[in-house]
Design a protein around this ligand. Structure first.
Ligand SMILES: *Cc1c(COP(=O)(O)O)cnc(C)c1O
Length: 333
């Protein structure tokens, strides 16, 4: 059994440093452990860090380890690196590095319901505290893996504060999976936890719903999935995309459109709401807190459609349902 999410690691990691021309050395698979970094490294001063989060699952019946939506996550890392002006290995190199890291750790990938959370990361290593106004000329790419348990306890729903003034991040960084965005979302999130015992903050600047600090938001209402349309303002979640695909298949109507806070509060008694992300897949929302006022979503319990879609995605990941969309990459010894 895995410990608290993200605190245990498998024996091997991947590492590749670039030179100051952004040319990366061949990826090496090494024992998991501390790395050496100049105290002047760009990332330690100017926040040049980004990452990905994806999972590998061991088949429930066949024991085969499969990486979930590898290419979608690689594309997003490459996009993020571009936004951050960080040197980045090619998509092919990243793909092979992730595959090889999972393969090296194959014996340590846990059985269901646990899984392996794969964390690729990229950060600026140029030793130059004078580079405040410049991108790092060099970078380090790594992949580490954490065995994780099921994130989810089926009878709990989340309490969500809807924040209509503050932004989660700047518009330019909305699509970047950057560590800095998490630092920016922390103060409003801590305030919501202290003031309302909330679990998360849903950012809705000017009343237009975007996402939480680490997950996308969707509503099921009247046999329709409603979720904000892709824009530069928020992270394009792979889980969001997966659930939209499965919901469409199930015959639900899909509305990718702007959703106002007032409209959400009005439909709350008759709808389901959920957060989507790799860690939890779908986490049902039971309570919305808007300007200090609480509104129950549905009957406050996990919604039926939410749970059905979550189960369906889980069965694809576990190799129990057909991989209709080619979402899985099997890793063999
Ligand atoms: C990672 C992340 C998500 C969820 O993306 P998935 O690809 O579904 O894991 C959503 N919002 C933010 C801000 C994120 O960092």
């Amino acid at each position: 059994m895995a410990g608290a999410f993200g605190t245990a690691f498998t024996p091997f990691m991947a590492v590749s440093h670039s030179d100051t021309n952004g040319v990366f050395e061949p990826v090496s698979i090494e024992p998991f452990g501390p790395i050496s970094l100049s105290p002047a490294a760009h990332v330690l001063h100017y926040g040049s860090e980004c990452f990905e989060g994806l999972k590998a699952h061991r088949g429930k019946d066949d024991g085969i380890v499969r990486i979930y939506r590898l290419d979608a996550h690689i594309d997003r890392l490459v996009t993020t690196a571009k936004i951050m002006h960080l040197p980045c290995p090619s998509a092919e190199v990243i793909r092979q590095a992730i595959y090889d890291t999972v393969q090296a750790n194959l014996d340590a990938i846990p059985a269901q319901p646990d899984s392996a959370y794969i964390r690729p990361m990229l950060f600026g290593t140029e030793a130059n505290v004078g580079a405040a106004g410049h991108p790092s000329l060099s970078a380090c790419f790594m992949v580490i893996i954490s065995p994780v348990g099921e994130y989810f306890t089926s009878d709990t729903t989340l309490r969500i504060v809807v924040e209509t003034n503050m932004l989660r991040t700047t518009p330019l960084f909305g699509r970047a999976k950057a560590g800095a965005n998490y630092a920016l979302a922390l103060p409003p999130t801590m305030a919501a936890i202290e003031q309302y015992r909330a679990d998360q903050v849903l950012f809705a600047p000017g009343g237009d719903i975007q996402e939480t600090g680490a997950s996308n938001f969707m509503v099921f209402h009247d046999n329709t999935l409603i979720t904000p349309p892709l824009s530069d303002a928020f992270l394009h979640g792979v889980t969001r995309d997966s659930i939209i695909t499965l919901a469409r298949d199930k015959g639900l109507a899909i509305e990718e459109r702007h959703l106002r806070v007032d409209e959400l509060v009005a439909m709350a008694p008759h709808c389901e709401a959920a957060l989507t992300g790799t860690a939890a897949i779908m986490a049902p929302v039971g309570t919305l807190i808007v300007h200090g006022e609480e509104t129950q979503v549905g009957n406050g319990q996990p919604g039926e459609i939410t749970m059905a879609l979550r189960t369906q995605l889980r069965s694809i990941q576990q190799g129990l349902a057909p991989d209709t969309y080619n979402w899985l990459t099997p890793v063999t010894a």
